[in-house]
Ligand binder design. Structure first.
Ligand code: ADP
Ligand code: MG
Length: 337
């Protein structure tokens, strides 16, 4: 496996700056996730690393070599696309073996068999190897598509929202499996998604990207607990972080420059209090937990509560803050020294 380094990479399409001065180092064996909404520049970034797109500025280094001028095939990275494309007339085995049978590679059939069976086992499709790919479910097809990338043993894998076309249950299963496989293989992966759960659960490090710019890079825990801005804070956590004007709730002290208070469930201390300033508007029962919707003047607060919550619609609530996050007028974090 190899490391990947993006150095001040920019790419414009006419008036659109798809990638804007993006620098990111991905260590050998690291699973890095770029998280951002549609149009953020995720696919373009992957295509630049793969050599499918040429950056206007900046450099890509793969395994310690400047990749400029290297054709995609010479970069030794594989790309897993959002939409799987299998050869329908081939069996699962032959689909998986396909990348190894290219004339350029000349892998012996015995080794092909060994590698295909190993990867099929990892992806739990070992019993489907003789099936035609058209006889598979959507989830199985996507496993084969991922397997076709894994079987090649490249320097690094580039994955473009590979789970987004699957239903929630399969996404959850494959998320776990991909992470396990990545650890087993020690694979270097650059994975892009708009799904915060995928980013939180699979990444060693997350890069939050918006409008082509990398806004913050850190471990899932750092990004969640110590977001650099409102934008980053809003990308993580269910329900979304509550944003309230600073000073709306009494908490004794406000750091200089704080204009907005960000409060997630763990920052809120709620008590039933007939003189409390907030009121329970709605308790949303999700079974294993509840979403509690409060109204406080013109503001809405949503938090998680356990299934046996004592709160019910109409209750008056006193709201306390416990080490919330503070942001300035620009939405940037105000940290307490
Ligand atoms: P993402 O994968 O995060 O959704 P993309 O990298 O696909 O984002 O796109 C980033 C921006 O660049 C978008 O505004 C998109 O419309 C634009 N873009 C991407 N590829 C092209 C292209 N080949 N020609 C023109 N504009 C493009
Ligand atoms: Mg995309």
């Amino acid at each position: 496996m190899a490391d990947i380094s993006l150095r001040k990479v920019s790419k414009r399409f006419k008036a659109v700056t798809a990638v804007d001065g993006l620098s990111l180092d991905i260590a050998d064996g690291e699973f890095t996730v770029l998280l951002g909404p549609t149009g953020a520049g995720k696919t373009t970034t992957l295509r630049i690393v793969a050599g499918l797109e040429r950056p206007d500025e900046g450099e890509v280094w793969i395994d310690g070599r400047n990749a400029q001028g290297l054709e995609p095939a010479a970069r030794d990275v594989t790309f897993v696309f959002q939409q799987y494309s299998l050869y329908p007339h081939l069996s699962v085995f032959d689909n998986l073996a396909f990348p190894l049978r290219s004339p350029a590679r000349r892998v012996a059939e015995a080794e092909i068999k060994e590698r295909v069976e190993e990867i099929a086992g990892l992806l739990r499709i070992g019993h489907k190897l003789k099936n035609k790919s058209t006889q598979l479910s959507g989830g199985e097809m996507q496993r084969v598509a991922i397997g076709r990338a894994l079987v090649r043993r490249p320097s690094a894998y580039l994955m473009d929202e590979p789970l987004s076309s699957l239903d929630a249950k399969l996404r959850g299963d494959l998320r776990l499996e991909l992470k396990r496989i990545q650890q087993d293989l020690g694979a270097t992966i650059l994975y892009v998604t708009h799904d915060q759960i995928e980013a939180m659960t699979m990444a060693n490090r997350i890069g939050v990207i918006d409008k082509g710019r990398l806004i913050q890079v850190g471990t899932p825990r750092q990004i969640y607990e110590d977001p650099a801005s409102v934008y980053v804070a809003q990308r993580f956590g269910q329900p979304q972080i509550n944003l309230l004007p600073a000073g709306l709730l009494p908490n004794g002290f406000l750091p200089h420059g704080a204009v907005t208070v960000g409060a997630r469930t763990e920052h809120l201390d709620l008590r039933i209090d007939r003189d409390g300033p907030a009121r329970v508007e709605w308790v949303e029962h999700l079974g294993d937990q509840n979403h509690l919707h409060l109204r406080l003047g013109d503001h809405q607060i949503t938090t998680l509560t356990p299934p046996d919550t004592p709160f019910k619609s109409g209750d008056r609530i006193a709201v306390g803050l416990m080490k919330p996050l503070y942001f300035d007028g620009e939405g940037l974090r105000v940290r307490i020294a």
